[in-house]
Design a protein around this ligand. Structure first.
Ligand SMILES: Cc1cc2nc3c(=O)[nH]c(=O)nc-3n(C[C@H](O)[C@H](O)[C@H](O)COP(=O)(O)OP(=O)(O)OC[C@H]3O[C@@H](n4cnc5c(N)ncnc54)[C@H](O)[C@@H]3O)c2cc1C
Length: 389
């Protein structure tokens, strides 16, 4: 089999790249380790920066998103029983869009299917070969048979546990990591959201986030211990703990119900450099991870796709390799800023097990500064809605 760009991973990064390139007549094959249903069962991100929304439009897959998503022009920050709002629109002139990762991934799969795009599911033993040459190829097993795809480029969109990053030799690869001493316990429930905007809440008992997917689907999180398991938390205990961590007015109006999904995500900051090795390009979670506090995970994946898509267009349409040659540099410049925002927002709002009295006072002073200072709110808003590509 031959294609122009072999994409490893059928998550949002890989599908978006495949669909964008298809619209420009560039052929791709997507290799996915799981089934479509499995990928669509993963409940993850829900806040899209305007850059992501523009890419979905460029990919021709925005129809349902434009109809069903809704805009948020601000967010609420709470600290124990006090709260204040940061307006995105006032400080940046733009909003963020609420549309679940599951939904946009479904839209991308539907679009690839409608265009007869080649997505091969249930692949095993993917090996990326000869990316230092002009003739890379990928081998994999499917239905018990080994297959080979020859290609011009390989896009490694296979998430944190994929093979693409591991293909870059350790002598070339440098990794930067911070593992946080807590996780997020999240539940999804078919209940109306407690508030029309997200509430990020710092409390003496730890962090909580009130979020949503639509008018009758809410996503709530509480900071938890890394040793906790979702089975340790009954729905009732979750709701009680959430109520203790959010302002009392929100706690009183919270509508509770059975969870339809419950999971724990450990928090990690991670970046690998470089994001290009020969003809292999890493995109999204394959190259970097952020703690979800600033809603940047999926959005950083989108900015990688933006840089790679334009680099590949420049290569195929103008015979100019500048875009792909500078892919790693351009992508990383933006990634590190998103890493900084996600790390600082995590520090601002979470309780660390080893915090001293002094650390606690500093945290409260940081939150008060953000509450009282226009410039600080503007900086927060600029980062939250997404830095320019
Ligand atoms: C539990 C959880 C909660 C999250 N919540 C948020 C949130 O609230 N907000 C936010 O912004 N971000 C969140 N994120 C991050 C966000 O979901 C990711 O940044 C986003 O999924 C990245 O997309 P991706 O396509 O790069 O990687 P993935 O979505 O991980 O997709 C990679 C794909 O590659 C496939 N794959 C892996 N290995 C191979 C292989 N060897 N061969 C072929 N295919 C392979 C995988 O099956 C997967 O389908 C969360 C992540 C997790 C794990």
């Amino acid at each position: 089999m031959r294609t122009q760009v072999c994409i490893i991973g059928g998550g949002p990064s890989g599908l978006l790249l495949s669909q964008l390139l298809h619209r420009k007549g560039i052929d791709t094959v997507v290799l996915e380790r799981k089934t479509r249903d499995y990928v669509l069962s993963r409940i993850r991100a829900g806040i899209l920066e305007v850059g992501f929304v523009d890419l979905m439009r460029a990919a021709g897959v925005s129809e349902r998103m434009d109809r069903e998503s809704f805009a948020h022009d601000g967010t609420v920050i709470a600290c124990n029983d006090e709260q204040f709002r940061i307006s995105f629109r006032e400080h940046t002139g733009t909003d963020v869009v609420v549309y679940g990762q599951t939904e946009l991934t479904r839209d991308l799969y539907d679009a690839r299917e409608a265009a007869d795009g080649k997505v091969i599911f249930n692949v095993e033993n993917v090996v990326i070969n000869e990316v230092e040459t002009d003739a890379p190829y990928v081998t994999f097993d499917v239905h018990g048979k080994q297959e080979r795809i020859d290609c011009d480029f390989v896009a490694g969109c296979d998430g944190f546990h994929g093979v693409s990053r591991q293909t870059i030799p350790l002598s070339v690869r440098r990794e930067y990591e911070k593992v946080y001493p807590f996780g997020w316990l999240g539940i999804l429930s078919e209940t109306p959201p407690v508030h029309e905007e997200l509430i990020y809440s710092c409390s003496d008992r730890g962090f909580a986030l009130c979020s949503m997917r639509n008018a009758n689907l809410s996503r709530y999180y509480i900071q938890c211990s890394l040793s906790d398991s979702p089975d340790d938390w009954s729905d009732e205990n979750f709701w009680e703990e959430l109520k203790r961590r959010i302002p009392s007015a929100a706690a009183e109006s919270l509508v509770t119900g059975p969870s339809i999904e419950k999971s724990i995500a450990p928090l990690r900051s991670f970046v690998t450099e470089p994001m290009r090795w020969g003809r292999l390009f890493l995109c999204g979670d394959a190259a970097h991870i952020v703690p979800p506090t600033g809603a940047k995970g999926l959005n950083t994946a989108a900015s990688d796709i933006h840089y790679l898509y334009h680099g590949l267009l420049q290569f195929y349409e103008e015979k100019d390799s500048e875009g792909i040659d500078r892919y790693s540099e351009k992508a990383l410049a933006r990634i590190w800023k998103a890493e900084r925002f996600s790390w600082s927002t995590t520090n601002l709002l979470h309780r660390y097990p080893d915090m001293s009295e002094f650390d606690l006072k500093m945290q409260l002073a940081d939150i008060a500064f953000l509450r009282d200072n226009e410039a600080a709110q503007k900086v927060f808003a600029q980062n939250y809605v997404g830095l320019p590509y």
